[in-house]
Design a binder for this molecule. Sequence first.
Ligand SMILES: [Zn+2]
Length: 504
Amino acid sequence: MAENSSSVYGYDSRDSSRALSRLSPEPQALRLISYEAARRLQVLPLRVDETGHLVVLSLRAGDMLLADEVRALCRQPVTMVQSTEASLLAEIDRAYQFSGAVARLAGESEAVRTQERDEYDDASPAAGIVERIIAQALRERASDVHIEPGETKTRVRFRIDGHLFNALEMPLAAHPSVTARVKLMAGMDIAEKRVPQDGRIHRVFEGHEYDFRVSTLPSIRGEKTVLRVLDSDGGSMTLDALGCSHEEMETIRRLLSGRRGLILNTGPIGSGKTTTLHALMRELKIDEFNAITIEDPVEYRLPHATQVQVNEKSGLTFASALRAVLRQDMDFMLLGEIRDSETAALAVRAAITGHLILTTLHCGEATAAPARMVDMGVPPYLLGACLRGVLSQRLLRRLCPHCRRSVTGSAAELRALDLPPETQVFQATGCPKCGGRGYLGRIAAFEILKVSPALAQLIVRGATAAEIASCAQTEGMVSLRRNIASLVRRGVTSCEEALASLGE
Ligand SMILES: [Zn+2]
């Protein structure tokens, strides 16, 4: 079944760069069948393959009469592939509309374009293309959209579950108008193309509100634009939804219960540290307290909290904001990140004086965090007195439950994950439900270091990460590696993804 469905859309699941090709039928394929005929016959031409066949998507791929009619229309051999898309007609509309807009834009000369005053208004071809890109990105759950000029074409790529995929391509001639339209929407200066700019777009899509943080970067081939999707709903994630086990939630609740001290969350960039901190803030019933966040950028809105956006340019740094917050009768604080020794010292001082500080630190394992704080100039005796716990986390892609395939794990991979030989694991395959990627969504894996009196003494003595790890494990801490291995054993993720998340 999996084999069959991956060939339905004519892509190879292992070739991620082509996984989204179904979303953008090639313009030369669309030209072979008119829009009217495509609608009447309910077929969507995708591309001309290596053997010269026009690949056509249809709900009735087995219908020989239909195949004959398509062949007669395009005057070349045809490969009919079965579509499972209930909304094929809508796909046909979108494909031809988009292709028409790109062609119109590419066909206009620079002179014509600069003459027109409302060339980027809501009714312009550029606006249609940008709408299409944004809608597609949100439908595909992309976190970032890249619009980048290349040698001959402009490439649009989406980051989905942490990986970049090609979404569509358009002629380079369309690039300036599309970029200008995005800049206009984001409140940037359209005429200024030589310096980086940043802005914001607000959008309501299918009933949800989204903010996009937009930035441009002048490159030798033109401006590259990146839209970061800030999903206001993403901030409402609970610990449960993030993938916390029952035991882990209990441990976290105990860490938070004192409502004082320092809690660190460590992990690489993009491991979802901020999302987890927001989930922790939600656990705290912050509406009864004075809760403050200092972030860069503010990604999610947190009801009942005062949220401060760091602005280095105008002098509002993590440290200066933190100093101001300490004068504001604060109870809990989410501090986006400890980046320097000044912020580290202020955060520790706040935690010592009876506040609860949740923050992130760029550092691999939970057990290495105390030494990292000491490196940043925090005296060990102060750290030992206020550090209540350290979380370390990784985000792993979840295998698509519709197409994952059971296999016997390779000896080397199982050994690396401390799993017994011959363990049955699951592998990514790819089907229409996961866009051919084999994965659908992500899950967080945690390691939680709870600072016991014995551990606090070790920290005060300036113990190494290895000493802290050994003490924590005798006290029952489950390591990140063991938690990740358990996700593999339960078929939530693959060996490949598990090892990549551990940097192996
Ligand atoms: Zn799938």
